[in-house]
Design a protein around this ligand. Structure first.
Ligand SMILES: Nc1ncnc2c1ncn2[C@@H]1O[C@H](COP(=O)(O)OP(=O)(O)OP(=O)(O)O)[C@@H](O)[C@H]1O
Length: 139
């Protein structure tokens, strides 16, 4: 289960990418020297776009899931301006970027990625708390 962490325990490094509410940075956890990805999400942008429930659900779901084909969350934090999600750093890039580059996946690639996505969803649905939350928000 992911825990509330102290952001001062992380040494922020380069930006890995940008999302809808802010950026994702590479960061070193000072206690064990491991590298993580820290997602910064601006609270005022979340509120402006009426995504408060969505972000709370993202955080709760990530905190409950621990599985090989899912980006695992290590912890979270918040301050007056941002909500932070600290997760394992995955360096392969987004699936959509690979698809756009390839234009079309081969049958083998489609099966490979499709199976991973299917198995990841199955792991979420096996988690009783995660299922209750996704069911109640899937309207
Ligand atoms: N765990 C990670 N490891 C490495 N890079 C990541 C990780 N998470 C995100 N990134 C990088 O940061 C970029 C933005 O990610 P983010 O999840 O914020 O984007 P998003 O899909 O717009 O999500 P949202 O709409 O929830 O903000 C990604 O495209 C990727 O390049």
């Amino acid at each position: 289960m992911a825990l509330q962490v102290n952001l001062a325990d992380f040494e922020m490094a380069r930006t890995l990418g940008c999302g809808s509410f802010g950026r994702v940075k590479y960061a070193k956890y000072k206690q064990d020297g491991k590298l993580y990805a820290v997602k910064f999400m601006k609270k005022h942008e979340i509120a402006k776009l009426k995504q408060v429930d969505h972000i709370n659900n993202e955080k709760r779901l990530m905190a409950q899931i621990s599985y090989s084909f899912v980006v695992n969350m290590m912890g979270y934090a918040k301050d007056d301006h941002f909500v932070y999600i600290i997760m394992e750093s995955i360096n392969g890039g987004e699936l959509f970027t690979h698809l756009r580059r390839a234009r079309k996946f081969s049958d083998g690639q489609s099966k490979f990625y499709g199976l991973q996505v299917g198995v990841a969803f199955a792991s979420v649905w096996r988690s009783p708390t995660a299922t209750a939350r996704t069911s109640s928000t899937a309207t």
